[in-house]
Write a protein that binds this ligand. Structure first.
Ligand code: MF3
Ligand code: CO
Ligand code: CO
Length: 314
């Protein structure tokens, strides 16, 4: 185990100190129409062991492109309806309805018992925030993480959106987290080691005095929501597995303004920063090709919600 450098996280500007996010009311469970193909865990909550290959067949690649496109479309729709006063439960309703309307199953629903159709992670919530009755407030940042199951495969993508007038430290966090994802993607070489990804992301985070969350990582995605491939967002030379052509996986860095250490809420899902400082995340599903890693969570015209976030910053 490599030793982790001790750092002074109270360093430059760690963002606003506001009341912490607290749990609010969850709405009743939403239904998926019969006729929509369900993943293995939809009934039981248990995905079982991952047995699928890491490399996709040509037929599976066609399906992955569709799942990726639908996930990107749903994330764009979710991003266009967030704003001051909108509750995360309303985001969940829009994601749920848009997904089933396109013929997909919202992958989070009942995955290991998760109660909702999307993850909504506000401010110091790192990931897996459960949608509830809390209205988004002026100055919040919210990650919306959409996964769609369609044609037998999952497409997984997320973006962090700015709500109203956001402080400069949080804007910087959001912009540099997205930049770190892009650098992680650019670091992927066919046959190259997975560890190149974490090296690129961690290098960027260090340069900008941002923390890298270690407890949650990118993953193989396809037939299974989470397959056996692990994609850390920090450098670990032990992750020398090769990114073979045809591998489908996510990169989804979570960076922090303060310490990247994690605490869990009693709900068993919501992960927050221990120090209460803010955190942001962006995610794409990727397909390893000869020319590099291809983003497949984009629309038919190559767009995604990541660009719309950057437009709100300028
Ligand atoms: N979409 C998340 C990821 O990027 C996983 C969410 S699992 C859930 O891996 F159960 F919380 F939905
Ligand atoms: Co993911
Ligand atoms: Co995700």
């Amino acid at each position: 185990m490599a030793k982790r450098k001790k750092r002074n996280w109270a360093a430059p500007d760690v963002g606003p100190s506001l009341p912490p996010v607290t749990p609010a009311l969850q709405s009743p469970r939403r239904r998926v129409p019969t006729g929509i193909r369900r993943p293995s865990y939809a009934l039981t909550g248990e995905p079982g062991p991952s047995r699928s290959a890491l490399v996709r067949t040509p037929e599976e690649i066609v399906a992955m492109r569709r799942a990726g496109r639908v996930a990107a479309e749903v994330l764009l729709e979710a991003g266009s309806m967030v704003g001051v006063g909108v509750t995360s439960d309303e985001v969940d309703r829009v994601v749920h309805e848009a997904t089933v309307e396109k013929g997909g199953y919202p992958s989070p629903l009942n995955y290991r018992g998760y109660p909702k159709s999307v993850c909504t992670s506000v401010n110091e919530v790192i990931c897996h925030g459960i949608p509830d009755s809390r209205p988004l407030a002026d100055g919040d940042i919210v990650n919306i993480d959409v996964t769609v199951y369609i044609d037998g495969v999952h497409g997984d993508t997320s973006a962090t959106f700015l709500i109203g007038d956001v402080d400069p430290a949080s804007v910087r966090l959001v912009v540099e987290t997205l930049a770190s994802l892009e650098l992680g993607i650019a670091a992927c070489r066919p046959g190259g080691p997975v560890s190149d990804i974490g090296r690129a992301i961690e290098g960027h985070a260090n340069k900008h005095h941002l923390g890298v969350v270690r407890e949650f990582i990118g993953h193989g995605v396809g037939i299974d929501f989470h397959s056996n491939l692990q994609v850390p967002h920090y450098f670990d030379r032990h992750h020398s597995e090769a990114l073979e052509i045809g591998t489908s996986f996510t990169i989804e860095p979570m960076l922090t303004l303060g310490s990247p250490d994690v605490a869990m809420w009693d709900d068993g899902w919501t992960a927050v920063t221990v120090d209460g400082c803010r955190t942001a995340q962006f995610e794409h599903t990727l397909l390893m090709g000869e020319q590099g890693a291809e983003k497949i969570t984009v629309t038919g015209s190559g767009e995604c919600a990541h660009q719309t976030v950057l437009e709100t910053v300028a």
